[in-house]
Design a protein around this ligand. Structure first.
Ligand SMILES: Cc1ncc(COP(=O)(O)O)c(C=O)c1O
Length: 404
């Protein structure tokens, strides 16, 4: 039986092995492991790739978000609007800062934060103090909107940026899953995930499209944001050695991870192209099998709202290839029994997580997110998968649908 792993990082490693070994060995020879020239060089190329004002290497995507929130001074008494259908860290970081995540529902087709839901919240729930401070009905100060570019597809940034401007809220992007993804902006401009708002962050967890050999991340800022502050926060808030005017953390990217990322970054565009080509092949194969494309089809393939937009190459970078299946759990069991790799990202929206019970989320609060949690299924999509493997995935799905 042809194996179909959800993810196999070995082909990528083998293709770059000599270069990776040489670069990592050079770090070992230098014995400079923390920050230093490798980190600075990677920051410069990542800044250019992400089209950001500046980039600061961080120890993980989570730490990058914490550092950004610290730089913004987000803390107790503050609230930030975001999606409940995302990886835990997006809201976990809010909790850790003593602030509250105020959830708004997702767009049914893209799984991303719905600008209409954000606008509804702002118009119907938010209120302004006489001095102009924007507050939640519970009295917290509203500070920002956090879109998450889930699965490698940019959220609908043009209206979100417009809302940020209209309501005086910072737009800060969780681009952990979407480095290099693009979308159209107002006036015919093209934005790159993470650098459209005031701040953004990325994760280089090994399974990400740009993956380190351990935990790593990056925070970026628009020109004009306080880069020196972010760099100080990464080093316990230290500006002069052992003098601390503020409290930060140990959020540093290490040189070995920077070396690995520097070798991989030049290949990222080609990998994203390959992921998109694989997605196009799935579309062809599922349509040919009669499983997708019609109104009554048993599965819904990923939406591609930015495909064909002028100047947009990476309209989706397919970090995950996520289909929607109303009978998802049966399909999941069927694929697993056939040893076809698949996974559910994410089975429980964040407003229903036990640890956030104090925020008062209830079942039914965010119906589109709750439906998505019950219907999503990620299939294998990494750059090196073969047509034969994709045919097998489609035929196992077809089997399940035929037996239904
Ligand atoms: C959407 C999102 N946000 C934040 C993170 C956190 O990144 P890290 O695992 O590098 O801390 C991830 C990583 O899985 C993520 O997917």
């Amino acid at each position: 039986m042809l194996p179909v792993p959800l993810l196999d990082l070995r082909p990528q490693y083998h293709a770059l092995r000599d270069e990776l070994h040489a670069r990592v060995l050079a770090v070992m020879e230098s014995q400079q492991f923390i920050l230093g020239p490798e980190v600075a060089a990677f920051e410069a190329s990542a800044r250019d790739y992400c089209r950001a004002g500046f980039a600061v290497g961080m120890s993980s995507g989570t730490d990058a978000q914490i550092a950004v929130l610290m730089a913004m001074g987000v803390g107790p008494g503050d609230a930030v609007l975001t999606t409940p259908f995302t990886f835990f860290a997006t809201a976990g970081c809010m909790w850790r800062m003593g602030a509250r995540a105020v959830f708004c529902d997702i767009d049914e087709a893209t799984f991303n934060l719905s600008p209409a839901a954000v606008e509804r919240y702002l118009r119907e729930q938010a209120r302004r103090d006489p001095d102009g401070t924007l507050r939640t009905p519970q009295g917290e100060r509203l500070r920002a909107i956090i879109p998450v570019h889930l699965f490698g597809l940019c959220a609908d940034m043009a209206p979100l940026l417009r809302l940020g401007e209209e309501w005086g809220l910072a737009v800060i992007e969780d681009a952990s899953q979407a480095i290099g993804a693009e979308c159209p902006l107002a006036g015919g401009a093209v934005g790159s995930a993470g650098s459209m708002g005031e701040w953004g962050w990325y994760s280089f967890f090994p399974s990400k499209n740009l993956g380190a050999f351990g935990d790593a991340g990056l925070a970026v800022g628009r020109a004009g944001q306080d880069e020196a502050l972010l760099r100080a926060l990464r080093m316990h808030g230290m500006t002069t050695q052992y003098y601390h005017d503020l409290v930060g953390g140990n959020f540093r990217l290490d040189a070995i991870q920077a070396a690995v990322l520097a070798v991989k970054l030049p290949h990222l565009d080609a990998w994203s192209d390959a992921r998109r080509a694989n997605a196009a092949r799935y579309r062809e194969l599922f349509a040919a099998a009669g499983l997708a494309g019609q109104d009554d089809a048993p599965i819904t393939l990923p939406a591609e709202p930015w495909a064909g937009a002028p100047g947009v190459r990476h309209h989706h970078i397919y970090h995950q290839y996520v289909v929607r299946a109303p009978r998802r759990d049966g399909l999941l069991a069927h694929l697993r029994a056939a040893e076809v790799g698949c996974a559910v990202y994410y089975p429980l929206p964040l407003h229903l997580q036990k640890c956030f019970a104090a925020w008062g989320g209830q079942a039914g609060d965010f119906p589109a997110s709750e439906r998505a949690a019950g219907e999503v299924l990620a299939l294998h999509i990494f750059p090196e998968i073969t047509r034969e493997q994709q045919e097998r995935v489609v035929s196992v799905v077809a089997d399940f649908c035929a037996g239904a």
